[in-house]
Design a protein around this ligand. Structure first.
Ligand code: NAP
Length: 255
């Protein structure tokens, strides 16, 4: 809930990739906490499903990799909701492949969604975030922490390492403007039916069970586990945290 005097105004968040998974939970959690939320994704129906009957959530169906997307997203937030306090760069794309199978198109797609789009959207939102003394959260991954490699996820992992570097650098660059920048690095989170990356339901369930066994807390994450933390990190009370990576992974990265 909002607690500080400047929060008498309802704060506004943009959440990309909010039609499914973690983004959907984040949008709903922020709305439940009194924010107004612009949700972005390509599938209009998925965004409508995220909204349900919550009139604090406003949808914008667009592909964040389009050249005109950053301007469209920021101007929609300002025109419809009046300000931007929080930007959650959540949309992400993984196309697993070993080096031998990599294609230029697949590399470009992952870099475009996971790195280029957050760069251009954050740049576009900087002025509004400055006015609000806002917060940027980049969705990274616990899979890229430490010194391990990650077979089949070289491109995805490289984009997430890159995102963490953007977090550190922007935290320094944007601190004089009063903007905080954080990475949130989830471990494996069950996105629910459908499964990711072309895996069939049975393969996905097996994968989740295997990860749960290796995790100190003996389970995989839920989107709400991550959303709750994000909702804490964007609060005014979290004002001294910037430039760091919050890991939410049941402890698997310390094993
Ligand atoms: N789930 C995990 O285990 C896990 C672990 C670590 C990190 N993460 C990270 O957490 C974030 C959310 O993950 P998730 O599991 O919730 O993923 P997800 O369910 O696959 O959601 C990704 C969202 O991004 C949107 N998206 C993809 N490309 C887009 C584009 N070009 N333009 C606009 N929207 C686009 C998708 O919607 P449309 O297809 O409708 O556009 C989708 O709603 C990602 O950054 C992911 O890398 C996830």
């Amino acid at each position: 809930m909002s607690n500080s005097p400047e929060d008498d105004v309802r704060r506004v968040a943009i959440v990309t990739g909010a039609g499914t998974g973690i983004g959907r939970s984040v949008a709903r959690e922020l709305a439940a906490q009194g924010h107004r939320v612009l949700i972005v994704g390509r599938s209009e129906q998925a965004l409508v499903d995220t909204m349900g009957s919550d009139d604090s959530i406003y949808p914008l169906a667009t592909d964040i990799t389009r050249e005109d997307a950053p301007a469209a997203i920021v101007s929609t937030a300002l025109d419809k909701l009046g300000r931007i306090d929080i930007l959650i760069n959540n949309a992400g794309l993984a196309e697993p492949s070993e080096l031998s199978g990599l294609t230029g198109d697949s590399i470009d797609r992952q870099v475009a969604v996971n790195l280029r789009a957050p760069m251009l959207l954050t740049r576009q939102a900087t002025e509004a975030l400055t006015a609000a003394r806002g917060v940027v959260i980049n969705l990274s991954s616990a899979g890229v922490l430490g010194r391990r490699g990650w077979p089949q996820f070289s491109v995805y992992g490289a984009t997430k390492v890159g995102l963490d570097f953007l977090t550190r650098t922007w935290a320094v660059e944007l601190a004089p403007r009063g903007i905080r920048v954080l990475s949130v690095a989830p471990g494996v989170v069950d996105r629910g039916p459908g499964g990711p990356m072309g895996a069939d339901a049975e393969q996905y369930d097996q994968f989740l069970a295997e990860i749960a066994k290796r995790t100190p807390l003996q389970r995989v994450g839920k989107p709400d586990d991550v959303a709750w933390w994000i909702a804490q990190l964007v609060k005014p009370e979290a004002a001294f945290a910037t430039g760091t990576i919050f890991v939410i992974d049941g402890g698997i990265s310390v094993t």
